[in-house]
Each structure stands twice: as structure tokens, then as C-alpha cells.
Design a protein around this ligand. Structure first.
Ligand code: TRP
Length: 452
């Protein structure tokens, strides 16, 4: 009896971790961002670079971040501080935690705007306007929606309210139970869209675009975007996974769970790409059209299917759900910090963090319309915040985690935590985390900024 309860508790903890980590990883990054970046940066060569970054930099850092979380067992800032003390290293390592809080906060500010688009499409897709809609009409429709500052701020506000409502109640419970069913449902929906895309007449071209690498098309900027997308999509470099790792029981294999989550995340992104590019080519659309890509292609498919309005609604509900499980992970470090350090209740902390995020997010909401000409370094507010966070802050946070786990933390500790046995797995991880990941990020930075 006792044994059984113990076994059950163990199984449910491992599942809970995998659900929370996949919920954080799988989101708009997979369904909205990956396809449009792949389209913008020329397809195959971007995708190959992205996959290499996931395998050689992302997975080792995911293992390291989870490991630090489980060893420190506190919020990221305090975890870094405790672990630095344990290793007799500088207390300045806690700024790694700070960088993460700031990055999560900034990402959520625009994430909420885009999630608002998905929310709005839940309702729009079911209107008669979308029946047999063609590429030009979806484009016009999306442009009209994007250029309304009212619509942009209303949906952004609604998404932020939903996020705060969930975070202030604590993440466990309803949301966690729901993700058991809704994540597989999203997966099934993508399978259906892939099958549809296979018969759309553009599958060959879409497939070749995504998987045939033409490295002449790849710029330094594209390589940086691919690496940034690896961090963004896996949800690394800002302490989300560190927080989840801190709840992980000590007997669960960190490496195996990380590999599982990273594979699921990657498969979902590739499936989204395979659903979208065949439509892009079948309907003569422009692969590099930018952030509107899924909103201008998928409605064409839904408009042609029997009962497409229903499929479309269900699809955008699931995208909304995937976005909110990520949003919760993005704001969690800020909420944890506010409640720990300012003595606020969880409700107050979520409300303040959400309100500040909402305010900053208005900048992104308006960057698609009234502020579309307001530019710094040639980028709109949305583009600048995205570039700063995904391409600079996350890789930097990730490198700091790698350096800490590989060079500062004692070998005995990481070896004992990872329990990879006598084989080659531990030494391989160690080489990746000490050399490959940090030097990889450094080289991508140097390449992108024209030093190499
Ligand atoms: N990975 C999520 C997505 O693809 C977004 C996200 C959640 C995230 N937590 C994160 C991004 C932490 C960076 C860091 O949509």
C-alpha cells in the first residue's frame, strides 16, 4: 500500500514536470514564430541551423538549467546565489537570475499581443467572410485587423487579464490538468492540417523549401535568428525551466525528461511548418511576409474544408491554450521575485507584474499601426524587443547557465545530480556544456555582428 502510493506519487511528479516544461516550451514560438522566421530567412538552411542549435546548444543548456534549479530549489535569483556560495564563487552570479526576470517580462509584453491575435481569430474564423476565402482576402483582412490600434490593444488586454487570472491562483490545478488533454489535441490538429497540406498541391515545394538547405541564402542575421529561436522555443535562458526544475524529485532523470521535451517541441514546430508552407506555395503567397504568416495562410485552408469554421475555431482555441501555458512560465520568475522580496501576496504580485507587462506591451501593439514608423536601429518596438530578448538576452542567459554548470559547479555535484552512469553520456554532456555551447553562442554572435 505504502509502496504503491509512493510509486504513484513518483509517476505523477515526473509527468507533472514534463507537462509543465512542455507547456512552457510549446507555444506561439512553434506555431507562429518558427514558420515566419523560416520563411523570412530562406527556409532549409535556417531550419538546419535551428536544428543544430537545438541539439548542440539547447538540449545541453536545458539539462544544465534544470539541474541548477533542482540543486538550488528556490527562485532563479536565489538559486544562483545559493549555488554560487556552495561553489565559493562570486555572488554576482545572481545577476543571471535578474537577466532572466527582465527577459521573461519583456518577452511576455509582446507575446501577449500576438496571443491576442490568436484569441481574436477564434471568433473571426467562424464568420461567413472566411468561407472559400482566397489569399488576397485573408491578407486584406489581416492587414485591417493589424492596423487597428483599438483591436490590437483590446485583445492584448484580454490576454493579459487571462494570464494574470491564472497566475494569481497558482499554476497547479486546473491548467495542469487541462494540458493533459489539450496538448495532445493540438498535436492531433496539426496532424490533420499536415494531411490537408499534403493534398493542397503545394506539398512538394513546401517540403523542399523547409528541408532543402541552400546555405547561400543564409546570412549572419539568419544564423543569429535561428539560434535565438532555439532558445525561445525551448523556453531557455531566463529561469523558467530552472523554476520547474526546482520542483523536480531527485530520482527523476533530468537528461531523459529534457530530451523528451526538446523533441516534442521540435516536432511541433516542424509540423507547423509543414502545414503552412505547402499552402504558401499552393496559393502564391510570399514565404517572407513576416509575423502575419500563419494568420494569412491557415484561414485559406479552414475556408475550404467542410466544417472548416469549426476546425478553425478549435485550432485557435488550442493555440490560445498553448500560448497561455507559455505566458504563465514567462511571468512566473517576476511574480516569484515580487512576492519573495517585496512581501506581496501572490495575487498582488501577479497583478502588478501583469499591469507593467501590459503597459510595455502597448508599445508592441501600436508598433503594428500608429507607431509603425517609430523606429530605433531600423526596428519597430515589437521588432526591437523581440531582437533584444530572443537574440541577445536568452543566449546570454543560457551561456551564463552553461558556464556555471560546466566550470563553476563541482564535477562531483553535476555528475551525482544527472546520474548518467559510467558510459559516455556524462562526459559528452560535459564537453557540450563546457565548450560547444558557449563557443557556439560566441561564434554566432561574432558572425552576426560582422566580426568573423
Ligand atoms: N517557448 C515558448 C514558445 O515557444 C515561449 C516561452 C515560454 C519562453 N517560456 C519561455 C521563451 C522562456 C523564452 C524563455 O512560445
Amino acid at each position: 500500500m505504502t509502496d504503491q502510493r509512493l510509486l504513484h506519487a513518483q509517476w505523477s511528479s515526473r509527468t507533472a514536470f514534463i507537462l509543465a516544461a512542455s507547456g512552457s516550451a510549446i507555444g506561439l514560438g512553434n506555431i507562429w514564430k518558427f514558420p515566419y522566421l523560416a520563411g523570412e530567412f530562406g527556409g532549409g538552411a535556417f531550419v538546419v541551423t535551428y536544428l543544430l542549435c537545438v541539439a548542440l546548444i539547447g538540449v545541453p543548456i536545458m539539462i544544465a538549467e534544470t539541474l541548477l534549479g533542482r540543486r538550488g530549489r528556490q527562485s532563479p535569483i536565489n538559486t544562483m546565489l545559493t549555488l554560487a556560495e556552495e561553489a565559493k564563487a562570486s555572488p554576482y552570479w545572481r545577476y543571471t537570475g535578474w537577466l532572466g526576470v527582465a527577459a521573461g517580462f519583456l518577452i511576455l509584453s509582446y507575446y501577449s499581443v500576438i496571443a491576442g491575435w490568436a484569441m481574436a481569430y477564434i471568433f473571426k474564423i467562424n464568420s461567413a467572410l472566411f468561407v472559400n476565402i482566397d489569399a488576397e482576402q485573408t491578407g486584406r483582412f489581416f492587414e485591417a485587423f493589424k492596423s487597428s490600434p483599438e483591436f490590437q490593444s483590446i485583445w492584448h488586454t484580454l490576454f493579459m487579464i487571462a494570464t494574470v487570472a491564472i497566475v494569481s491562483r497558482g499554476v497547479s490545478g486546473g491548467l495542469e490538468r487541462a494540458s493533459r488533454y489539450l496538448m495532445p489535441a493540438l498535436f492531433a490538429m496539426l496532424v490533420a492540417l499536415d494531411v490537408y497540406a499534403m493534398n493542397s498541391g503545394g506539398f512538394g515545394r513546401g517540403f523542399a523549401f523547409l528541408f532543402y538547405p541552400d546555405f547561400d541564402k543564409l546570412t549572419g542575421e539568419g544564423v543569429l535568428a535561428a539560434m535565438g529561436q532555439a532558445f525561445f522555443s525551448l523556453g531557455l535562458g531566463m529561469g523558467s525551466i530552472m523554476v520547474y526544475g526546482s520542483y523536480l524529485p531527485s530520482h527523476v532523470s533530468i537528461a531523459r525528461s529534457s530530451l523528451f521535451v526538446a523533441s516534442a517541441d521540435t516536432v511541433v514546430a516542424l509540423m507547423a511548418g509543414l502545414a503552412i508552407f505547402p499552402l504558401v506555395f499552393a496559393h502564391g503567397l510570399e514565404p517572407g511576409m513576416g509575423p502575419g504568416l500563419i494568420f494569412q495562410t491557415l484561414p485559406i485552408a479552414f475556408g475550404q474544408m467542410p466544417a472548416g469554421w469549426l476546425f478553425g475555431m478549435v485550432f485557435f482555441v488550442l493555440v490560445f491554450f498553448a500560448a497561455i501555458t507559455s505566458a504563465v512560465a514567462l511571468i512566473e520568475p517576476a511574480v516569484a521575485w515580487l512576492s519573495e522580496n517585496l512581501g506581496l501576496s501572490r495575487k498582488q504580485a501577479s497583478l502588478y507584474a501583469g499591469a507593467a507587462c501590459w503597459f510595455i506591451g502597448l508599445g508592441s501593439a501600436f508598433s503594428f499601426n500608429i507607431w509603425s514608423e517609430v523606429k530605433l536601429f531600423g526596428k519597430t518596438v515589437f521588432e526591437l524587443v523581440d531582437f533584444l530578448t530572443a537574440n541577445l538576452m536568452l543566449p546570454l542567459g543560457g551561456v551564463l547557465v552553461a558556464l556555471f554548470a560546466g566550470w563553476v559547479m563541482k564535477r562531483e555535484i553535476s555528475e551525482a545530480e544527472l546520474e548518467l552512469g559510467e558510459g559516455r553520456a556524462y562526459p559528452a554532456w560535459r564537453v557540450l556544456i563546457r565548450y560547444v555551447a558557449p563557443l557556439g553562442v560566441l561564434m554566432v554572435f561574432l558572425d552576426a555582428f560582422g566580426v568573423l
